[in-house]
Design a binder for this molecule. Structure first.
Ligand code: C5P
Length: 231
């Protein structure tokens, strides 16, 4: 298979069918824009399976995604999207950079979800940007950005109860979108790498913050999330 792209956590190969790609999920873990590096055993497998499960479930709710099907433990067959250079973060609680930016303590509840836009640019460290910057950088037109915001909020409305039923608080998560034949589609992944997931009862962190903050029990947390999500 021809390798098209290798990122921090994934490799992307061309498939035999034009317009389709194969995504391979790696065990490599990075944090703080690549400054911290390591491996999380079986992370690739957890993230591929969880992404496939959640994207399938979202598609049943009429949210278009790039997923065609899961090929095996680590590989997904996906549509080739023209990616939008944005990371869209939706927050239901205060954590991470929102806590640092606002001074609000982690764990503070939020009445209405907060949506943030980040410019996907490694060299700049993925800075927070606003709607005018999106227009300035030609990342999306105002109409397209409105559709992206609507879609991200709708996904949050579906995912919150999905996780809640499984004893998990969806604190925040990051989405990436792209275009396929004129249609806005959810791309990339939804996994413990890209979400903050806290146990509803104990508030224990079951996500990549265990790696970022050296909390231990990283592999166990990923396996626990996979077990709950697959039910
Ligand atoms: O670091 P921050 O608090 O802004 O992260 C918000 C959410 O977005 C977290 O769930 C984090 O895992 C996710 N994120 C991501 N990729 C990035 C930055 C943040 O998946 N490059």
């Amino acid at each position: 298979m021809e390798l098209l792209y290798e990122g921090k956590a994934k490799k992307v190969y061309r498939s035999e069918v034009p317009g389709q790609l194969i995504m391979e999920f790696k065990d490599d873990a990075t944090a703080f824009n690549g400054q911290k590096r390591g491996q999380i055993a079986d992370k690739g497998s957890v993230n591929a399976q969880m992404t496939a499960r959640i994207f399938q479930w979202l598609m049943e709710k009429d949210i278009p995604t790039h997923l065609i099907r899961r090929l095996d433990d680590r590989h997904l067959l996906v549509r080739q999207l023209t990616m939008i250079g944005l990371e869209v973060v939706v927050r239901n609680g205060v954590a991470g950079s929102l806590s640092q930016r606002t001074g609000l303590p982690e764990g503070t509840a939020i009445d209405q979800p907060v949506l943030e836009l980040y410019y996907k640019n490694d060299a700049l460290g993925d800075p927070l940007i606003n709607d005018d910057h999106v227009r300035l950088l030609h990342l999306a037109s105002p109409q397209e950005l409105a559709a992206i915001r609507r879609q991200a909020m709708q996904i949050n409305e579906w995912l919150r109860p999905f996780f809640q039923e499984r004893g998990i608080l969806l604190v925040d998560f990051k989405l990436e979108f792209g275009w396929f034949e004129g249609q806005l589609m959810l791309g990339d992944e939804i996994s413990p790498d890209t979400c903050r997931l806290w146990d509803s009862q104990t508030r224990e962190r079951l996500d990549k913050d265990r790696f970022r903050r050296d909390l231990g029990g990283v592999e166990e947390a990923y396996q626990e999330i996979l077990k709950r999500v697959m039910t």
